[in-house]
Design a protein around this ligand. Sequence first.
Ligand SMILES: [Zn+2]
Length: 244
Amino acid sequence: MPEGPSILFLKNKLQRFKGKTVSEASGYVEMDKSEIVNLKLIDIETYGKNLLFVFKDFFVSVHLGLFGSMLVNKRKKVNASFALHFGESEINFYVAKTKFYKGKPNDHFNFKTDVLKPEFDEDFVLNELQTNQGDKMIGDVLMDQNIFAGVGNIIRIESLYHAKIHPDSLVKSIPEKKLIFLLKMVVDYSEEFLNLLKTDKVKETAMIYGKMICPKDKSELFIEELGKIKRKTYVCLKCQKLYK
Ligand SMILES: [Zn+2]
């Protein structure tokens, strides 16, 4: 599944379409596409794992889910779920979900939670963790897109390893300093992830995601579907402390 940095990477590829007028909107998604036609695309934004196509009075979000993909000026043999045409150019999305929103992205999304945005607000997220998420496991909370928009499994696994925290640790039992450090690791690693996409080296350079052995102590990693979210999780039981 594409994580926040992959979506930002796609957004950066689409910048040349900003200011262009949509000549046709197509695809099999159940959304009224006629409203988009002949309108100028004002901006392309992201929120977490969503690409946002911003028009004057509304915007359309595109979510790639588990198997989605995007092609520019190329087509697959299967039908696109959503496509924007700009004269001779086109952006095609496959197996993507779209949603129509009235107003601006700011009216609907809290950018303070987007780990790749300058607006990411560490104090806001820390307060949310300590006030409302105390009884949950940190490995689960990290995947909550309302708190950590853009975090996917790779960012989750790598950040917890860098912060030396076991994913099953209860949020309320993790010392505040550790939580603050974890937030920093999430932001730092998300930025690194974005840079690694340029050379397609995310998986290759990961410390423990997709690996068998801890690079620090060479002990075998514990690999299982953990937490309520049941996502494949990699843990070094020597390096990562369980706070219960
Ligand atoms: Zn280790």
